[in-house]
Design a binder for this molecule. Structure first.
Ligand SMILES: Cc1cc2nc3c(=O)[nH]c(=O)nc-3n(C[C@H](O)[C@H](O)[C@H](O)COP(=O)(O)OP(=O)(O)OC[C@H]3O[C@@H](n4cnc5c(N)ncnc54)[C@H](O)[C@@H]3O)c2cc1C
Length: 387
């Protein structure tokens, strides 16, 4: 594989850089670290700008507002967005998970109804998979949907649902056949978050941000045709969502890791109270060097994942390697930064403290490290299945 941009890719990257220079809000780079959803109006306006420029759906079909470019261009966009520390699109879950799943499984009517408003940021999506008794083991989901005439009646509880407090729609895994074998009794609904009976209760994370929520469903009526796939096909539909969740995310994560590594080096060069610089300590240099190697390994894993995506059109299991490696390396990096700062940790506005706390959730969301190791062992290395 040739790692350099082609002439067309280089032109796209240059155009993107110019666009950021012209459109990023003044002072954006100096803001406090946040989850980015505090200022909803700004996020919606920014998402609309991305959509109008074509950057919201770079590899999406033109009929839904995309540019229909190969996934390499999406990779370039993610790299540049992270390098500019640019605000993202409001529809993280919509763009990364709901959209690709609707494209793969939806009827023509469903595609026409949901995809364009999702891409423009007019409608926000959340993911209702996890439950108090079903996280890693998604097939244990107990939220019930029972058919009543032309409607599904939904009852149950979901948890850890990111952005549900601002969402208009939810991709929801429900049990429609309690008598069928675990994986076969599930179905996949598209649920209006404004419907009567939907109650969202925000949960505060260790960072202090209320990024995710509990969702309670009490006799929520969902039109019969708001299902992706047939009743009982929910497990297969959900697998499409999860493959996309870890799909091209690696590019953004790696570019972000690179930024943090540069910042770590700056932190290591600041002299302590006794005048010595952590950067001069051979043990610190060794740990920073190991993180630089992590960065290169991540970069090449992403290229491997991208090559598989270009060849097959669907994300492969390499996305799980990238997510596992990044989330664990990121914890090592943020821990080292905090150690180096020591008593001065508060002087930079708590930047590293926030990053360290947020990095804890990264090894849990989108599959815990243990689950990802199982996936890599079975689907990449080819070891016997554990279950
Ligand atoms: C920041 C954040 C955002 C999230 N956003 C969403 C969202 O938007 N929508 C959503 O549906 N969910 C979301 N989640 C939930 C996330 O998907 C689950 O927390 C995750 O899948 C783990 O499930 P659990 O918390 O029930 O832990 P459990 O599944 O109970 O796991 C507990 C521990 O047991 C280990 N374990 C479990 N099974 C195995 C096994 N087979 N082999 C080895 N070890 C195992 C796990 O690795 C973990 O350490 C989010 C979580 C976080 C932290």
């Amino acid at each position: 594989m040739d790692f350099r941009d082609t002439a067309a890719e280089a032109a796209f990257r240059a155009e993107l850089r110019e666009w950021y220079a012209a459109n990023l809000p003044p002072g954006w780079a100096d803001r406090e670290p946040t989850v980015g959803l505090e200022d909803l109006d700004f996020m919606r306006t920014w998402s609309r700008k991305l959509f109008d420029a074509g950057y919201a759906g770079i590899s999406w079909p033109k009929e839904y507002g995309g540019l229909a470019l190969p996934p390499t261009y999406q990779g370039i966009y993610l790299e540049e967005a992270a390098r500019h520390d640019a605000p993202g699109h409001i529809g993280v879950i919509g763009l990364g998970m709901a959209g690709p799943t609707i494209m793969a499984w939806g009827s023509q009517d469903q595609k026409e109804r949901y995809l364009r408003p999702l891409l423009s940021g007019a409608e926000v999506w959340c993911q209702g998979f996890s439950e108090p008794g079903a996280g890693s083991d998604l097939a244990a989901a107990r939220t019930r949907a029972v058919l009543d005439g032309d409607e599904w009646v939904v009852n149950g509880q979901k948890v850890w649902s990111s952005h549900a407090h601002v969402a208009d729609w939810c991709i929801l895994v429900v049990r429609t056949d309690p008598d069928a074998a675990k994986h076969r009794g599930l179905s996949y609904l598209l649920v209006d978050m404004h419907a009567p009976g939907v109650q969202v209760r925000p949960l505060r994370q260790i960072t202090g941000d209320p990024e995710f929520n509990e969702i309670y469903f009490t006799d929520v009526r969902v039109p019969r045709d708001s299902m992706l796939g047939a009743p009982g096909e929910g497990w297969s539909v959900a697998m499409t969502t999860l493959l996309h969740e870890r799909g091209t995310l690696g590019f953004a994560l790696t570019a972000r890791f690179e930024q943090l590594l540069h910042r770590l080096v700056r932190t290591a060069r600041i002299p302590g109270p006794d005048g010595s610089r952590p950067a001069d300590d051979p043990l610190v240099r060794d740990r920073v060097g190991a993180l630089a190697i992590d960065l290169e390994a991540l970069r090449f894993t992403n290229y491997r994942a991208l090559t598989a995506l270009v060849r097959t059109g669907v994300p492969g299991p390499e996305g799980s390697i990238a997510k596992l490696h990044w989330s664990e390396a990121n914890q090592r990096l943020t821990s080292l930064a905090q150690e180096l700062e020591g008593d001065r940790a508060r002087l930079d506005g708590g930047f590293w403290g926030y990053q360290q706390l947020r990095s804890r959730g990264n090894t849990i969301e989108a599959g815990t490290s243990e689950i990802l190791r199982n996936i890599v062992a079975e689907r990449v290395v080819g070891l016997p299945r554990s279950r």
